[in-house]
Design a protein around this ligand. Structure first.
Ligand code: FAD
Length: 235
């Protein structure tokens, strides 16, 4: 994989802990919806981040962070900010990963995001919109607090304008004012589908969530070859 130099175009907050990062690559970067890139902090320290954009984008978009500050993302963000302030490029490698969108298939789709796993799911959802597919899409996004649903309004607007697209936000620790679904996001999927036999399922989020979802979905009729998650390689 050839490294590509990128200028750090912008870093803007999506929540107190999650930042949107826009990178301008010096050469075009080829990738498929749902793939990730590696940000090279050093020659040895390369960290994967999902691309939140579609392949036709001029800028590469990342969503970096989590429900709380952690070293994985804070070190990457500090590095990106330092390079931006110094006017220096960063090095990336990508697109990488096997959990890209299988656009040729016609099964209905479950998109399952935990926290910033949403970055990956957002790329897939945008690609499905662009392709104008008629496949039913059920997008579940689980977060600890409602304030972490940083693109909630856009997704609700897609759901109200497109009959085949459903958006189900799930808040784990809701305020009294929250009127939507609560609990763990993979459990919401289990509650909604008697069988997952017919579905293509794309998953991203914290590794314990991905593992629990995979095992529980298989019990509920899902097929391993119809489930896609790059985290499977890590758990
Ligand atoms: C290929 C790859 C790509 C990555 N891309 C990114 C990226 O783009 N951005 C980034 O910041 N990091 C990325 N990471 C790192 C890592 O996946 C994220 O840091 C992580 O998903 C962040 O989770 P969170 O804190 O947002 O979720 P949390 O807030 O911890 O959890 C969100 C929801 O997930 C569910 N959940 C959480 N824990 C459990 C559990 N134990 N059991 C069941 N359900 C649970 C709940 O519904 C919860 O509300 C990537 C890692 C890999 C390997």
């Amino acid at each position: 994989m050839n490294p590509t130099q990128c200028a750090v175009e912008a870093i803007t907050p999506l929540t107190p802990f999650v930042q949107r990062v826009l990178l301008r690559p010096e050469q075009p970067v080829t990738f498929l919806p749902g793939q990730y890139l590696q940000l090279c902090l050093t020659e040895q320290d390369k960290r994967p981040f999902s691309l939140a954009c579609t392949p036709d984008s001029q800028l590469l978009e990342l969503h970096i962070g989590g429900s709380k500050a952690d070293e994985y993302s804070s070190q990457a963000l500090n590095y990106l900010m330092q390079q931006q302030q110094a006017g220096q490029p960063v090095c990336i490698e990508g697109g990488l990963g096997q959990a890209f969108l299988r656009a040729e298939r016609d099964n209905p789709i479950v998109l399952l995001a935990g926290g910033t796993g949403f970055s990956y799911i957002y790329s897939l959802a945008q690609a499905l919109q662009q392709q104008g597919q008629n496949r039913p899409v059920f997008l579940y996004w689980g977060v600890r607090e409602e304030s972490s649903l940083y693109l909630q309004q856009q997704l609700a607007s897609w759901a109200s304008s497109q009959p085949g697209f459903r958006f189900i936000p799930v808040v784990q620790e809701p305020e009294a004012s929250w009127q939507g679904r609560t609990g763990l996001v993979h459990q919401a999927v289990l509650d909604d589908f008697v069988s997952l036999d017919a579905y293509d399922i794309y998953i991203a989020g914290p590794f314990p969530m991905v593992g629990m979802a995979r095992d529980a979905f298989l019990q509920q009729g899902a097929h391993r070859e119809q489930m896609f998650a790059d985290a499977f390689a890590y758990i």
